[in-house]
Design a binder for this molecule. Structure first.
Ligand code: PXG
Length: 459
């Protein structure tokens, strides 16, 4: 148990802990917010403030906090066998059982899994695996992987390269060779002159253009998040993914769905590709597989790739110490069984997802909101300066950050990606809690509106 004061913790934090994606000097001046405990959809900080966590930790605590079944699974497994590896022709029961369970909840052509410790590692595995696949088929020149601007696929060298975050590419000489990007299917930014359906087809045609430019014979795979999460919950038009699928099929290119955020019920189906209407060859997962209780990730390998890898592959010279970690896998099993017991995928699809969509339709009337979109339990509000004309605020106003600071003060975790305010609450959220969350969001929008009005930023 923590017995230190907030100030003591902040001082030690500033002295020793280099946080991810953080300006350390800036944080040291303010002091980190220290979270000490959690239950259901709520967190408490070291000063005792209660906070509604509308981001599920970091898009991962799908079953909510405090689920005893996951704690028990970890404890039992730690006692029985805390670690053994899966190299050298060995396996452990939890890794075997989780592999079997994953095959049962994923689309039928996924029967095999490669485990990693995180989503980034999973995407490193994707890069290695798709190149290996084409090698085995005698087409070693098929090296290029096409991804999208503003995608997030992790922070390792391969993950950050696959991702399309300009700020990440600017540091450390990225992307690595053989990874190229096309524009994202973001209607508001790139297609407002078109109907959403026409824009979806146009955005997919950018893939065709890139394939022509690179040469189909050189392209190994296309990778995308069904709904871009960290990029700001960018929900593509319904026409987009089926057209992407058609283009990949026409050129024999592997299709990879990064399900790290969209997987395990987030969109109202088990996997985002099922909601968005496509059938990938590989799926990266992490986060929701254990609801974030312990780290685990991996890649679901569809029959097309698995058959080549397994039947004619010999040794695939790739793997991690923690591939199939028994404690992580035991928690994954308990987590998936709990999602099934609580019927959370249906709860999102038929109950709280539609309720959130209705609430967001109402929020779209708010004077600051230029667009309000939801997909299952992911949602985004775009804050704009002029609703009628659809004019954005100047970037340096940082209106999203202003709104986010109101959220913090009001006891709500909602993220700002530029001026897109995004949420992805735990899937266990009840109807009453959706109302409570939406009331808090509305209050923070009103406070932000009062601020920008007082500052004269609306004119
Ligand atoms: N793919 C996707 C789609 C992700 O969202 C990763 C891969 C990498 O997973 P790991 O486990 O290596 O972090 C992610 C991670 C944000 C944010 O700001 C999002 C993620 C991670 C950190 C911050 O929204 N997603």
């Amino acid at each position: 148990m923590n017995t230190r004061t907030t100030q003591e913790l902040q001082a030690a934090d500033a002295a020793h802990f280099l946080h991810p994606f953080t300006d350390h000097l800036g944080l040291a001046k303010k002091g980190a917010r220290v979270i000490t405990r959690a239950d259901n959809i709520y967190l408490w900080d070291s000063d005792g403030h209660k906070i509604l966590d509308a981001m599920s930790g970091l898009w991962c605590v799908n079953v909510g906090y405090g689920q005893q079944a996951l704690v028990d699974a970890a404890t039992r497994q730690m006692r029985q066998l805390p670690f053994y590896n899966a190299f050298f022709q060995t396996a452990t029961p939890p890794a075997i059982e989780l592999a079997e369970l994953l095959a049962s909840v994923t689309p039928p052509h996924f029967k095999r899994v490669f485990f990693s410790g995180s989503g980034s590692e999973g995407n490193d595995t994707v890069v290695r695996m798709v190149r290996r696949y084409w090698d085995l088929l005698g087409q070693p020149q098929r090296q290029v992987i096409i991804s999208r601007h503003n995608a997030y696929h992790g922070s390792t060298m391969a993950g950050a390269s696959l991702g399309g975050m300009a700020g990440m590419h600017a540091q450390g000489g990225l992307p690595i060779p053989g990874i190229v990007h096309i524009e994202q299917p973001y209607w508001w930014a790139h297609g407002r002159g078109l109907s959403k359906d026409d824009f979806g087809r146009l955005a997919a045609s950018w893939l065709e253009d890139k394939i022509q430019e690179v040469g189909a014979e050189n392209v190994a795979a296309f990778i995308g998040e069904p709904v871009q999460g960290a990029g700001g919950v960018i929900i593509p038009p319904a026409t987009y993914w089926p057209e992407i699928q058609r283009i990949c099929d026409a050129h024999g290119i592997l299709l990879v769905s990064d399900e790290v955020i969209c997987g395990f019920g987030r969109t109202g189906q088990w996997f985002g590709c099922e909601t968005l209407g496509f059938k990938p060859d590989l799926m990266t997962f992490a986060k929701g597989v254990t609801s974030g209780y312990v780290p685990l990730g991996g890649v679901m390998v569809g029959d097309r790739v698995a058959d080549v890898l397994v039947q004619q592959g010999g040794e695939f010279a790739h793997g991690y110490t923690y591939s199939g970690h028994p404690v992580a896998c035991a928690v994954g099993i308990a987590n998936i069984k709990l999602i099934q017991q609580l019927d959370l995928v249906r709860h999102v699809r038929e109950d709280v997802g539609p309720l959130l969509a209705e609430a967001y339709a109402q929020l779209s009337e708010h004077p600051l909101v230029g667009s309000a979109e939801t997909c299952g339990l992911m949602a985004a509000l775009l804050l704009v300066k002029d609703k009628a004309r659809g004019t954005a605020f100047a970037e340096d106003r940082e209106v999203g950050m202003l709104c986010r600071s109101h959220c913090f003060r009001e006891g709500l975790i909602m993220r700002a990606v530029g001026d897109r305010m995004i949420i992805a609450p735990p899937l266990v959220i009840t109807r009453a809690q959706v109302d409570e969350m939406v009331a808090l969001i509305r209050r923070c929008l009103d406070l932000t509106l009062a601020d920008v009005t007082a500052r004269g930023w609306l004119s």
